[in-house]
Design a protein. Sequence first.
Length: 291
Amino acid sequence: MQSVIQKHPSGVRALNLGLTFELLWVLVSRELRGRYRGSYLGWAWALVRPLVMLAIYGLIVGVVLGAAKSTPDFMIFIFVGLISWNLFASIINGSISSVMAGSSLISKASFPRILLPIAALIVALVDAMFQMAVLVLAYVIVGSWPSLGGLAYLIPAFLGLVFFGLGLGLILASINVYIRDVNFLTEVVLQVGFWLCPILYSYGLVVRGAEAYGWPVGLITQVYLLNPMASVVLGFQKALWPPASTPEGSAFSFPGLLDERLLVLVFAGLAFLALGVWTFHRLSRNFAQEL
């Protein structure tokens, strides 16, 4: 890493595009090689946590609370939501930890510091690819596949997740350098946010809950969908949950105008990413002194 940086000792502006990608590749490969070094299971650990969560939630929510009886392919339904949420949380947590762990690199004037959270994003995407492979195996086992038309929802849902997640990760990572409580607060907020998304329950349950308590359904659902990750999870489910392509599944679990909501989320995520880049650039000027 040091030798790559020293190719252009005159500063960040001297870095060309090729060297920037070379630095990024070094960061990503170093993290991937060292992540599970010395462990017997290796990259299998990337699957252990989501699969354990799937087993626990599937048993408690699906079997004990009976949600599996009313939701077809319930385990796939949960796993799709877990994949999207784990990717989002990994981007944010990885962005924060990458900046804190990269203090030796940040002290180098010629090192473009924003590469640290970008490398964390790529590593999170690699983890998600392993989890998607398990999802494909689940399709084979149950003999049920998502529709080709529904897969179109995956593109805006994925882009919205990445844009919003990286933008938020950049903001939190840069603030955490000055206020270390941000890291701990982020962990708490992510735990709360998990339950504010339709991962262990369907969107239809939100609608029926509002109706049961006599609350205005339109207002409750609009407030619920202000959470961008709620729409992202719904987009992943619409694309990857096989029953979503059936009339029963669509009416049971998804709001209207989901495609328009996801397109708006993509552009809003882009704006939020721009804000994150600007914030990171402004606050990173004093990273070396703070770290």
